[in-house]
Each structure stands twice: as C-alpha cells, then as structure tokens.
Design a protein around this ligand. Structure first.
Ligand code: NDP
Length: 295
C-alpha cells in the first residue's frame, strides 16, 4: 500500500498567504505578545518560530523573556498590562512555566478575548458547549490539515491517544462536534486505557499525542488507517552531526506501506500549530475591529 505523507508545509503556506493579503488590507497590524518565563531550550525554539511566523505575515509582535525565578505576581502583572494594551490582540503564555508558578492561574489571567492559544477556561468551556471561539492551535491545525488533504472525519472511528488540555482533550471535543470538518466518533485514550491496541487497531484514524517516541506501530494501528502523529521527541542519533534527531509518537518507518496516510515528524502537524496561532491572532483583531472574516 502506498502511504500518502500529509505534509504540513503546503497547508501552512496557504494559511500564511491568506493572512498576508488580509493584513495588507487591514486598518492596522494584528499584534501578538509572547510571555516566556525561564530558559527551557525547546520553548526558546518554539518562540523563535512564532516570532519568525509573525515577521513573515507582517504582524506586530513582542516577546517578553523573563528569568526562571520571576515571582508569579510579576508574571500576572505583565499579563494584566498586555490585556490592557490596545496594540496587542493575542497573548501567548509559553508552556511549560517554571514549577513555582501556578500555570492555571496565569492562563486564567489572560483576557479570554486575547487568548489565542484557547487555554482559558472560558474558551475551553465554549468548545465543550459546541460553540468554540479560540480553539487550541494544534487541534485546530490537525483538522485543517485533514481537510486540506480531503480526508473526511465524518462518521469515522477516531482514536485519540492522549488527553492533555493542550492536544488530546480539545482535539477529541473538536472532532466530535456536529460540523462539516468533524462529526467523528471519538475514543479518547490515555495511560489508564485497558487494551489500547484493541481500540487503536480497530480505528479508521489514529491520532497519537502521548510524548513517547515511536510508541505505536503495526501491532497497534490497523492496515489502511489514517495516522496523525503529534509527538515531537528528541532521541539519540549518533550518526547525525548533532547527535540527536526528532521522531514522533508512532513508528513511521514501520507504518510506511501499512497505513493509507501519515503525517511526517518533523514537517507534519508542527507547521500547522504556528499557522493556527497566527490565524487566531488575526481573528482576535478582526473581532475587535469589527472586520468580517475576510478582513
Ligand atoms: P502530555 O505529556 O501533557 O500528555 C500526554 C498524554 O498521553 C497523557 O494524557 C498521558 O496519559 C498519555 N499517555 C502517555 N503515555 C501513554 C501510553 N503509553 N499510552 C497511552 N497514553 C499515554 O503531552 P502533550 O499532549 O502536551 O504532548 C504530546 C506530544 O505532542 C509530545 O511529544 C509533544 O512534544 C507533542 N506536541 C506537539 C505539538 C506540535 O505542534 N506538533 C504541540 C504540542 C505537543 P495520562 O493523562 O494518563 O498521563
């Protein structure tokens, strides 16, 4: 069986191109503020990708880099200032935050109308209610990627492996909504799931978001399934100049030829996450300025 690789770059490029046109016609630039506390190397890389994305589509952007020992109160004060700043439409608090800071409290302090990551309880609640406003970027990007490749979710049995508030849980809710790009029958699996392989191997679509390198292979995923690999795991690779490489949560080498379609790692879901962050920021500004969806 030929396995189609569902690459994220063409979809991301299409989203960026649309945003550039809208920004050129807008009364002002959408503004994104990123709050980065501490020196987690992966977070620093993600933030630099977000900055580059903003540059490319012509957004105003500002990154607040704070030391790891910043008191929680100072982070909350900064969020308060960004909430009140008219040039800022979207606020992103880069996760994970240092342990001493109460992450939920900081996320809850972001104005829900600027919560372009979709993690505020108000926005998560709207998703549960079936009336989403800002949808977390990775789940939103996965649906967009599947639509781009004309892979319908309607009526499909989808196994989502992982229940984090960033990926698995909002994705499961999104996929189960009664709307054109979703309408799936979803099973949300996690570390407590009994006989995971029985569920995933019977699914039409398997979405892996567990953070365990190459955990799901041909024993866990059925022939001809569609596989979305959300995982980004760095593993040792002595043959590479850097000594490491990125792999996903599925065993891509084993699944090629076994499944109908697969998102590569890197280059699958990753580019979609940033594209959706920028799209959400555009939508935040458009909502504030009373622009219609197309600017
Ligand atoms: P979390 O660690 O927050 O959540 C992992 C989830 O997977 C948990 O629900 C956990 O269960 C479940 N899990 C862990 N091991 C197993 C297992 N062996 N079998 C079944 N379920 C398991 O991770 P995230 O959701 O934040 O991220 C998941 C992966 O996606 C990571 O590799 C991350 O780097 C990547 N990621 C990629 C993004 C992108 O843009 N491509 C964006 C965000 C994340 P339990 O709840 O019981 O602990």
């Amino acid at each position: 069986m030929d396995t189609i690789l569902l690459k994220g770059k063409p979809v991301r490029d299409a989203v960026f191109a649309e945003l550039k046109v809208k920004v050129a016609q807008a009364p002002r630039k959408p503004g994104l503020a990123v709050v980065l506390v501490g020196d987690d190397p992966a977070s620093a890389v993600y933030v630099s990708h977000k900055e580059k994305g903003c540059e490319e589509v012509g957004f105003h952007h500002v990154t607040h880099r704070l030391p790891a020992d910043t008191p929680e109160g100072n982070v909350l004060d900064l969020v308060g200032q960004l909430n009140a700043d008219p040039a800022i439409d979207g606020i992103l608090v880069q996760l994970p935050m240092p342990r001493k800071i109460n992450q939920e409290k900081v996320l809850g302090a972001v104005d829900p109308a600027k919560d372009v990551d979709g993690f505020h309880p108000v926005n998560l609640g709207l998703l549960v209610a079936g009336n989403p406003r800002f949808v977390p970027c990775t789940p939103k990007g996965i649906l967009r990627l599947l639509s781009y490749y004309d892979i319908s979710m309607a009526g499909k049995n989808v196994a989502v492996v992982g229940r984090s508030v960033i990926v698995g849980r909002p994705l499961s809710l999104l996929l189960s909504l009664k709307r054109e790009d979703a309408n799936a029958t979803v099973t949300m699996c996690h570390s407590g799931t009994r006989d995971l392989a029985a569920i995933t191997s019977a699914a039409d679509v398997v979405i892996a978001a567990i953070g365990v390198p190459r955990a799901l292979g041909t024993n866990e995923i059925g022939k001809g399934a569609v596989v979305v690999d959300v995982g980004i795991n760095r593993i040792d690779a002595p043959e590479r100049p850097k000594g490491t490489r990125l792999v996903g949560d599925v065993d891509a080498d084993a699944l090629k030829g076994h499944v109908a379609a697969l998102t590569p790692v890197p280059g699958g879901v990753g580019p979609m996450t940033i594209a959706m962050l920028l799209e959400n920021t555009w939508e935040a500004m458009a909502g504030k300025e009373g622009l219609d969806e197309n600017g």
